[in-house]
Design a protein around this ligand. Sequence first.
Ligand code: PLP
Length: 398
Amino acid sequence: MDVSVRPPASGDVRSAEAAHLAQVYAQFPFEVVSGEGAYLTLADGRRLLDLYGGHAVCALGYGHPRLTQAIRRQAGELLFASNAVALRVRARAADKLAQFAPPGLDRVFFVNSGAEANENALRLACKLAGRSRVVALEHGFHGRTAAAGAVTWGARERWYGFPNTPFDVAFAPRDNAAAAASHIDRETAAVILEPIQGLAGAYALSDDFLRTVRDACDKHGALLIADEVQCGMGRSGLPFAISHSGVAPDMITAAKSLGAGVPCAALLMREECAAQLGGGDLGTTFGGGPLACAAIEAVLDAMVEEQLPAQAAERERQIRATCVAGPVTAIEGRGLLLGLKCAGGARQVRDELLAADILTGTSALPQWLRLMPPLNLREKEAAQLGAAVHQLQEQANE
Ligand code: PLP
């Protein structure tokens, strides 16, 4: 057998990937070679203002010294050790995350991805409640594993693939408080929802809706899981988006911005939930590894010292005040998870902004463009978006 390795394919990067990678992603038509702050540099030397943030991951932008130094230091000291040993860096990451989280969510279980965090949250809820029914919301997205996919709106029709779901799921209409409450009963183990639905165009659930769901959960002994994989970690203008409503969930899942580019996720839970767990009830090889924990610690230090949630709220005000123009007719969402309504379709506006060197994202809803930029986006960078939107208006008027 010939075991020699061919040199990698050169030329167009997408063809090089296509040689062996499963072809499951729609990709942007450019090659990224580096990033600095809120900007990406492309192979042809072009610089793009990145308001897409790698699906809401790059909360600190690119090359943030605090994060890169923490990763370098940790990689040199100890790249990996499993949960079979206690680590100072893991203890610090958990302590800082519990302090950042809403009061009462003091217990942390570290995992590797948003779907895995939700998978564990749902399994725990079924186990603790001794029930096998979950309520989720229409238009919600929670990930692609068996349980997370089961509570994702439309997954079974489009990509789920498993013959059965691990529990029964009822999908309630978003923001219809009475209808949602009518789905919650003594059979319900948990309600899972995104306080700001990300993929659904940055749709913030109303305070009244969230309070009604919380009350119904309390009445029937169901747990409330806030999936803050996309909207959490300061992005909404507060550490976690559900706090805008004053509602206290039983569990929160976080990922994406948690490691700001280093893959990691966390399940935060109340002490009462954690108290019922025993040895072996949850587990993971990589979750809580030292490299991920060093990144989490650096991100949390930046969140607090650089007041990133407040910066996100400030940029939201600026974008709302300056970017409803031309093709953008309305803005939804909170902080720096914003949906821009584009009457003529989001794809076209995304392409036009890309031609003006600004990268944005679409959503599951054809009219809604999504912004998920770094939380330390500067005033002049947000102003670049405002200028580009006005330019599109002028072009349309010509
Ligand atoms: N939950 C929400 C709200 C998400 O937006 C995502 C990913 O986009 C997930 C869960 C799944 O996270 P991951 O892709 O890290 O598994």
